[in-house]
Ligand binder design. Structure first.
Ligand SMILES: NC(=O)C1=CN([C@@H]2O[C@H](COP(=O)(O)OP(=O)(O)OC[C@H]3O[C@@H](n4cnc5c(N)ncnc54)[C@H](OP(=O)(O)O)[C@@H]3O)[C@@H](O)[C@H]2O)[C@@H](O)CC1
Ligand SMILES: Nc1ncnc2c1ncn2[C@@H]1O[C@H](COP(=O)(O)OP(=O)(O)O)[C@@H](O)[C@H]1O
Ligand SMILES: [K+]
Length: 502
């Protein structure tokens, strides 16, 4: 796991590293700037590009000055520096780097508050105006400069953080920030980079290691963690000799209506591919032929809308309810039945969640450690309207603990909130997966892992990662625009094989 830190904690980690490595702060700045430059030269190899480095007078600006010097030394000769001298204050490391820069042949101008904004002919703008020190929304000269630079639609590479963008806490909807094509950020992704509001300002980001003290970072016990490939390697176990279908559990997927059978097919099929020993789907009569022809391995319990089917709940190692289920009285009766009579954690998705939203008493009765998998709208229906993703994180944190459940909030970086107060950000998946039915596949995968005896937390983290990684393996090599949920389900065994190889 990679702990994700707030700006305040990053400052503490900087200070700790400076004191205990030990390293002077100006040398840490040099190390950070070198890490930026190493990444930059590999991705912008054309040394004929003209580059303007915009610097503030804090440490982000200090980085900018060091980066300009280092790029010049790497033979990027068409480089110039513009310092936004909008305050009389500057940091000591900025001052040192200004002296170092002045010893070189790099054109440098200073912008003052009264001055008109400079003409800009560069191909690439490096943004080192403000970084993690942002403590108020941009206004005055900074705002005017950022608005001006945004209007130029140039290629912008931000140092650490785009100017004006908060690394954690609420992102100001009215606030301005410098839109960046790429952010080369120090040590680790900033929490807000992983939330959808960043989409308007950050096209992509890359974290470069600057050697902050990792033991100290772990000791901060951040509730925000990023799940990495190796974590899933640690969770998933290869199948052993002499194992049989009984070893891998029997799962039940309660899903589908005549018009939404696809959801039942996708979730139960994904459950088979993700390794449940046996999978049964509880579907309406109208869907039986479809089920039998789509996935021969799935057994059926046929239900009608007039009476509860005899589900024999206790024989199932894992149960999911919701995909395409509808929100009628029959669906509600089924949901009530499983919530009341099943003693193990449930997986609840889609219409199961919509039903819960209208029946808050049921929410409080969920079996301990159940897993709910809402997307943003389902989440808001359940827990109320939110005006930002940061607010949603806080609600997740509170509700997962209050209800003793796991909340899997689906998105580009799907977040799993736990009863113990951790928020895990997934690091796989891609935009080609933004297709209806993809969430149904996730439900099937998580349910299959539960059936195989993984704990609810393991099923959430490994299920979300596996699902996203299968989508990555399908889409990324050929830069596919779209991958289909059924393809992702069928890919899961190959992805799982890679993640279980030691
Ligand atoms: N620490 C380290 O060792 C390392 C740090 N590193 C680098 O340092 C960066 C953080 O640097 P930083 O803390 O100096 O803050 P920075 O972002 O440059 O801002 C400067 C000052 O601007 C001000 N200000 C805030 N908001 C404002 C606004 N809206 N409009 C106008 N002014 C505003 C505020 O000052 P104030 O006004 O509060 O006096 C603030 O202090 C970090 O992103 C990374 O690049 C790396 O080198 C690795 C080693
Ligand atoms: N832009 C994206 N980047 C990464 N993953 C995505 C993206 N869009 C969707 N996904 C993934 O696809 C799934 C969509 O789930 P959901 O919205 O419930 O779909 P449905 O209800 O149609 O089955 C989630 O697992 C989500 O993480
Ligand atoms: K910046």
């Amino acid at each position: 796991m990679l702990p994700l830190l707030t700006a305040q904690q990053i400052r503490e980690a900087d200070a700790y590293t400076i004191a205990h490595e030990p390293i002077s702060s100006v040398n840490l700045m040099e190390r950070a700037s070198k890490a930026f430059v190493s990444w930059f030269v590999n991705h912008f190899p054309d040394k004929r590009d003209t580059i303007s480095v915009y610097c503030g007078t804090g440490n982000n600006g200090g980085d900018g000055l060091a980066i300009a010097r280092l790029l010049f030394e790497h033979d990027y000769r068409r480089i110039n520096v513009k310092i936004a001298r909008y305050t009389a204050r500057s940091t000591a490391d900025f001052d040192v780097n200004l002296q170092r820069l002045q010893a070189m042949q790099i054109p440098l101008i200073e912008l003052s508050e009264s001055e008109t904004l400079p003409q800009e002919n560069a191909d690439i703008l490096i943004d080192a105006l403000l970084g993690s020190g942002l403590n108020k929304p941009l206004d005055g000269s900074f705002r005017a400069l950022v608005d001006h630079l945004n209007s130029l639609s140039k290629c912008v590479v931000a140092v650490d953080v785009p100017t004006g963008f908060y690394t954690d806490g609420e992102v100001e909807l009215e606030g301005a920030a410098l839109k960046s094509n790429l952010v080369i950020t120090f040590q680790q992704a900033k929490i807000n980079f992983l939330l959808p509001e960043s989409g308007a300002y950050i096209n992509c980001w890359e974290a470069v290691n600057i050697g902050l003290d990792t033991e100290f970072i772990s000791s901060l016990q951040s509730p925000y963690q990023m799940v990495e490939d190796k974590d899933i390697h640690g969770i998933l176990k290869p199948r052993t000799r002499f194992s049989h279908k009984g070893t891998f559990g029997h799962s039940l997927i309660i899903a589908g209506q005549a018009k939404t059978m696809g959801a039942a097919l996708l979730s139960s099929s994904a459950c088979v591919y993700a390794g449940a020993g046996l999978t049964t789907a509880c579907v309406p009569e109208a869907g039986l032929t479809a089920l039998n022809s789509y996935q021969a391995e799935v057994m059926a319990i046929v239900r009608n809308e007039y009476q509860l089917p005899d589900l024999e709940l206790e024989k199932f190692k894992a149960i999911a309810i919701g995909p395409g289920l509808g929100t009628g009285d029959d669906a509600l009766a089924l949901l009530q039945h499983v919530i009341t009579d099943y003693q193990k954690p449930l997986v609840i998705d889609a219409d199961g969640l919509n039903l819960l939203a209208g029946n808050t008493i049921l929410v409080n009765q969920l079996p301990a450690k159940s897993i709910i998998t809402p997307h943003m709208k389902e989440f808001d229906r359940l827990f109320g309207h939110h005006t930002s993703w940061w607010q949603r994180l806080q609600t997740m944190w509170q509700k997962a603990s209050e209800l003793n459940i796991y909340i899997v909030l689906k998105n580009s970086y799907t977040i799993t909130g736990t009863p113990e107060g951790q928020l895990y950000f997934n690091s796989s998946s891609n935009a080609a997966m933004a297709v209806g039915g993809m969430g149904d596949v996730l439900t099937g995968v998580i349910t299959a892992l539960l059936a195989q005896g993984y704990s609810p937390l393991e099923a959430c983290l490994a299920g979300v990662y596996l699902h996203g990684r299968a989508g990555d393996e399908l889409a990324l090599p050929d830069k596919l625009n779209v991958v289909l949920p059924g393809q992702v389900a069928a890919r899961v065994p190959a992805t799982m094989a890679k993640l279980t190889q030691k």
